[in-house]
Design a protein around this ligand. Sequence first.
Ligand code: SF4
Length: 478
Amino acid sequence: MKVIVNNLNEEYALREIINAYFPKSKIEYVLKKSDSEDYIEVSYSLCNDKHVFVCEASLNNKKCKSQNEVSEYNKNALKKAVSDTLKSATGIHLPWGLLTGIRPSKIIRELKESVKECDPVSYLTKVYEADESKAILAAEVENNESQYIKTRYKDGISLYIGIPFCPSRCLYCSFTSQSLAFSNKLTEPYVEALKKEMHEISKTPYIKSRKIETVYFGGGTPSALSSTQIDDILNTLFRFFDLSVAKEITFEAGRPDTISKEKLDVLQKYGITRICINPQTLNDSTLKLIGRRHSADDFISSYNLARQCGFTHINCDIIAGLPGETESEFANTLSTLKNLNPESITVHTMSIKHGSYLDMNYDMYSLAAASTVNNMLDMAYDTLKSMEKIPYYMYRQKNMLGNLENIGYCTPGHECLYNIYIMEEVQSIIALGGGGSTKLVKDDMIERVFNVKEVSEYINRIDEMISRKKQLFEAFEF
Ligand code: SF4
């Protein structure tokens, strides 16, 4: 998309709102418009104490223009001028309005903390022009998660342990996960490096003086490792960290084709409280299209095996808006899950992640319109309500279809605390393993340190990863 601006002060806000309408569009700033090409022109001026934002767009030979005048300069005024113009030019309605941030429920929590008598729904609808249904959803999530935020350990931390291997790469994935077909020989040195990081970090005063409240094994697909390797890592975890007051340990066994009785027995031996088995869809043709090497029946077999092995909390992730899927296919996925009735279901919206195969070959795939994806999310909400599940955490990502949302639902009492804490940024998360992003939280301050993403780099530079984290811990204490 060609964009002409007379002021780049709010470049980030501008890019966010344009991308909300055009998730794949790369913005190119140009000096002049050309009538032969689509363009968006945005200008800002200050006239008689009024801040004036004007947006004009020419898209598919249709010209539209909007103007927004405000007494106080703010980036929402810019977003509104652009959004009004793009709405007229494209006919696209964004249910979240001008809200492009990642954490809508955090906005409500912070509002409630700063203003005693407030109406979060009217705040989101008025300030951000969100649909009332989305504002109510965000308020519902905030209400459900708030009790867990209040009762978290004040000196608590969470551990994230990353296993960046997967059996194959999904079409939409931009993670740093390595396909086992190419990197099997790296798993053993990776496990050794990870164990070293776990041991060294467990000895630090920062960790020793805090309570570990939750542990989350993510990736990648942690269950892509062998049962011996999983046993080795869990043994290291329990040996070096004090988990006596931990409230939950989640293990992502995301891909059904990586699950075996042997591995599930290892997880049971260590008392893993929650596992994720993620079908994403239960339509075989879509599973094949997105590069998963399992069928819907394989998912059901793995799910039943986990139940037989004694797991009482299973989470299943699904995605609304997968390439080629219609509302009826999405309804089929929901109805199969309804019969299985896992304790948690996380409903994601398809996002076009930068660097994914889908991103690079976008034109080869057919993706649903934003309004269709929103219907799928409404359908999920109604189905999950009928299963007596509640929405308890939410977040949004860049380049999601329709600028929509991801929602975690669960049977009350089965909320994943880690998900709430990380999304609301209310607890420090110590991330171990390749690509791990450690976030230390103290009052309103957040400090981050990152492990390198690439597996062989992580292995070769493990001492540096450990010392970076130790330095941050020391600096953060003072
Ligand atoms: S299972 Fe997850 S991490 Fe692995 S390739 Fe698929 S999307 Fe990426």
